[in-house]
Design a protein around this ligand. Structure first.
Ligand SMILES: Cc1cc2nc3c(=O)[nH]c(=O)nc-3n(C[C@H](O)[C@H](O)[C@H](O)COP(=O)(O)OP(=O)(O)OC[C@H]3O[C@@H](n4cnc5c(N)ncnc54)[C@H](O)[C@@H]3O)c2cc1C
Length: 401
């Protein structure tokens, strides 16, 4: 049984069948549609560059053809570990021999005055993306984005591209402070400013104001910013309430070991909801990235089938904003590194950033430079010390580092 019909859940079902499992597979999804991928929702779909239906993980007929019982629009509401049973919102329940929790995450909403006004939204689902596109695609609006994280910045880029006025409020000193730190975060601030976005750092949200629908944002510094539309891009919280209520160990997500197993030997977790022990970083990490759902879903499926699995992928993320395409590998939150060095001039838009900890590369980001993920991830995985002069010298092949 798989709870959560997102990318991790769908890929787990696919792997179970690909590995020859011929028993019953039930895939429970709260949304009223089959599993889909979310990255295009803040990029190509929001920009109208990709067909709205191109996001689905499988063709509509795939589930029946592979004998996967996909139950759309049904929520798992109770988990009884002793009885091995999951109670569903339609009043039925399903017994399992192995259970995968793949419930993803849900956008955080700041509880400030006016948070429920019309025109204040978050972006997680396909429906959210289509509704946002319908509003911003005509241009001419004043769009305020709370949070300079990945989703906030991608929406800022789309809203600007459509010709809206865009302001981003970011409480930290730079956008993307938590995933990238201030050095590279500042480059993203520059990128957006160069496209006419007002990036206000060190300034959070105090309140939203308006009669029925939002018309102003009051910032933590007391500034009033006119806004026809507000997007809250302040992170997501793991959907782990089902697991918590059942008594599974949870700490910023469902805790699993490196085989993606919870403290109940028949229950596994993968994707955004899981905080998995990472052998490379020797700590639990909750990775909220597409590639993690894509790879951890299948890894969990193999683990459920009794195979010997160690899930130790280097975290990987990608983003597209305006004409910048980038990929990021590793883990580089402030405190996890001591220095950032660059190969190539960031001002040129084509560069690789390396985050170093005691001389070893712990993370790397390639901006508008492609097909380098494998050597960068090998370097991160090796943990070896590298001379800075070699990292920054474009003449030294990445594979030789
Ligand atoms: C707008 C957007 C853009 C993104 N862009 C990028 C990007 O550029 N690069 C990148 O690497 N990552 C990106 N991500 C992150 C990536 O999409 C996620 O990491 C990925 O979707 C996680 O997949 P998942 O299957 O774990 O969870 P989800 O996709 O969240 O799927 C979980 C599903 O389970 C359902 N569910 C929850 N609880 C229950 C329950 N009790 N019963 C039944 N169903 C339940 C949820 O409704 C949901 O449909 C983006 C995310 C968003 C929202």
């Amino acid at each position: 049984m798989i709870v959560g019909a997102g990318l991790a859940g769908a890929k787990a079902a696919e792997t179970l069948r690909a590995e020859g499992f011929d028993g019953r597979i039930v895939l429970i999804g709260r949304e009223n549609e089959r599993p889909y991928e979310r990255p295009p929702l803040s990029k190509e779909v929001l920009l109208g560059k990709k067909d709205d239906d191109s996001v689905y993980v499988h063709e509509a007929g795939w589930y029946a053809e592979h004998d996967v019982e996909l139950r759309e629009g049904v929520e798992a509401q109770a988990l009884d570990l002793a009885e091995r049973r999951v109670g569903l919102s339609d009043g039925s329940s399903v017994e399992y021999t192995r259970l995968l929790l793949a419930m993803g995450a849900t956008p955080r909403r700041l509880r400030v005055p006016g948070a429920n006004l019309e025109g204040v939204s978050t972006l997680r689902t396909r429906a959210d993306s289509l509704a946002l596109r319908a509003r911003i695609s005509g241009g001419g609006l004043r769009v305020a984005i709370v949070g300079g994280g990945w989703i906030g910045l991608e929406v800022a880029a789309a809203a600007r591209t459509y010709g809206n006025e865009v302001t981003v409020l970011e409480a930290e000193a730079t956008p993307l402070h938590v995933p990238l730190g201030p050095e590279v975060g500042a480059l993203f601030a520059d990128l957006h400013r160069a496209h006419g976005v007002e990036i206000r750092c060190g300034e959070g949200l105090f309140a939203l104001r308006g009669e029925g629908s939002v018309d102003h944002v009051t910032t933590s510094l007391g500034h009033e910013i006119p806004a026809d539309l507000v997007l809250m891009g302040v992170g997501a919280v793991p959907e782990d309430s089902l697991a918590r209520a059942a008594g599974l160990k949870c700490e910023n997500g469902v805790l699993v070991d490196s085989s993606l197993r919870t403290d109940d030997p028949d229950v596994y977790a993968a994707g955004d909801v899981a905080s998995a022990y990472h052998p490379l970083y020797r700590r639990h990490l909750r990775v909220e990235h597409w590639a993690n759902a894509l790879n951890a879903g299948p890894a969990a499926a193999r683990s459920m089938l009794g195979q010997d699995v160690t899930y130790d992928r280097v975290p990987y993320f990608f983003s597209d904003q305006y004409d910048l395409g980038m990929e990021f590998s590793g883990y580089a939150t402030p405190g996890a590194y001591d220095k950032v060095v660059f190969r190539g001039d960031p001002a040129s838009g084509e560069y690789i950033a390396f985050w170093l900890s005691q001389g070893a590369v712990v993370a790397a980001m390639n901006a508008n430079i492609w097909d380098v993920t494998d050597p960068l991830q090998s370097l991160i995985r090796s943990g070896k010390k590298v001379e800075e002069s070699r990292l920054t010298d474009p003449a030294v092949p990445l594979a030789d580092l």
